[in-house]
Design a protein around this ligand. Structure first.
Ligand code: F0G
Length: 388
């Protein structure tokens, strides 16, 4: 049964919302959790304590496939024929892959100039209809909701609760690969806050089912240029409050963003979001997992990305916010160097090749480690090898 080879659907007993014949799979969720002692050593963490969950190994190159397989299975269940999303890139690549696999049409709303090329090229390959809106992700998110409501189109952003159901399996796989030993910390980048929301739900449910005896702590890392959650949680003390977070406080903050014509900016374009649609659900996850939230500057994100590439399999910029954030949490004594830590690396390094190439150039545009020109001649190649 192909469902047994899906890293999402082999947990289908815990995702019981549609019959097997509706389920659509492209082999998502076959990811690995890497114990990375080299990076642990760099960070001053004890050997055996740092684990990296490589979600970039999914078919479309990001964690989104975990949620998209669930959303498209539900879309088939309800007979939808057209899908749409707003995206900073990965949602669109994943949606287009699943739409193409199920024969549904799909439309992507992207902010003008706000998407990494690797991601846009995937949506093109899978045949998505792409609308480039003169605005940012938050504008696209608002517009796509209105369009889907008016035209009866199936919305696959993480507002869609089935997306979050599928994304719970990222945590199931981490636990599985740790022999169902609960880590002390889960560290995840925060954008639209779907992952963090689904992780909290996963742990609450597993505990209720008696499959785990405690929940890990959750650290959500924002980019400094898109730090709504950090501001509301740390500076304004916004809390879940039994499902009634202070709506006036949130509205006041968003009104202020509007008044200032504020638009978020970060090199981690995947998380360049200032009005996260899962804010309330995320507050619940922070409550369940005794969570913390911090923001990291772009330079630290880019450096952490290079470090993960040097020490591991690499990831895209937004994913590297986890390691950039972890450095602060260690320095501030929030995370202990002997704690068991799992960082979720949400996207593949090839998603944003421009940023990587530019990182390896100096300010005059010269590569620090340039390709060496060699004639097509064995002796010349051997000479160059010896010089290296
Ligand atoms: N990491 C990557 C690589 C992402 O693409 C995203 C979100 C996030 C982290 C943030 O995850 O929303 O669950 O907090 N990308 C969306 C997109 C917004 O359109 O591809 P979140």
């Amino acid at each position: 049964n192909p469902l047994d080879f899906s890293g999402v659907w082999r947990f289908r007993d815990l995702l019981n919302f549609c019959p097997d014949d509706c389920k659509v799979t492209v082999g998502e969720g076959q990811t690995i959790l890497q114990r990375n002692d080299a990076l642990a050593k760099d960070l001053g963490i004890d050997a055996g304590c740092l684990h990296l969950e490589y979600e970039g190994l999914n078919p479309s190159g990001s964690f989104k496939d975990n949620g998209m397989t669930a959303a498209f299975s539900h879309a088939r269940l309800v007979g939808a024929t057209a899908s749409a999303c707003a995206s900073t890139g990965n949602t669109s690549a994943s949606m287009a892959l699943y739409a193409h696999s199920t024969g549904m049409s799909c439309t992507v709303f992207i902010g003008s100039g706000r998407i990494a090329y690797g991601k846009l090229s995937q949506a093109m390959d899978y045949g998505a209809h792409t609308l480039q809106i003169a605005g940012d992700f938050d504008d696209c998110m608002r517009q796509v909701q209105a369009v889907c409501a008016q035209l009866g189109i199936y919305l696959v952003n993480s507002l869609n609760p089935f997306r979050l159901e599928g994304q719970k399996t990222i945590m199931f796989r981490i636990l599985e690969q740790l022999g169902w030993q609960v880590p002390d910390w889960i560290i995840v980048p925060g954008g639209n806050l779907g992952n963090s929301s689904s992780f909290g739900k996963a742990f609450a449910e597993l505990k209720q089912l008696g499959l785990i005896d405690r929940v890990p702590r959750l650290a959500i890392i924002n980019a400094e240029g898109a730090n709504t959650l950090t501001h509301l949680y740390n500076d304004r003390n916004l809390r879940w409050n039994d499902g009634r977070p202070d709506a006036d406080l949130v509205q006041e903050f968003y009104d202020d963003l509007t008044a200032r014509k504020y638009s978020p900016r970060t090199v981690a374009s995947a998380i360049e979001i200032s009005r996260p649609v899962n804010l309330t659900k995320c507050l619940r996850a922070l409550d369940i997992c005794d969570g913390v939230v911090i923001s990291v500057p772009d330079e630290e994100i880019i450096d952490a990305k290079a470090q993960i590439g040097l020490r591991g399999l690499g990831c895209e910029p937004a994913s590297a916010a986890t390691i950039a954030g972890l450095k602060h949490l260690l320095a501030d004594g929030v995370v202990d160097p002997s704690a068991k830590i799992a960082c979720v690396l949400t996207g593949h390094p090839l998603k944003d090749p421009n940023l990587t190439v530019n990182y390896h150039k100096d300010n005059k545009g010269k590569f620090s480690n340039p390709p060496v020109e060699v004639p097509n001649d064995l002796n010349a190649i051997i000479k160059a090898m010896k010089q290296a």
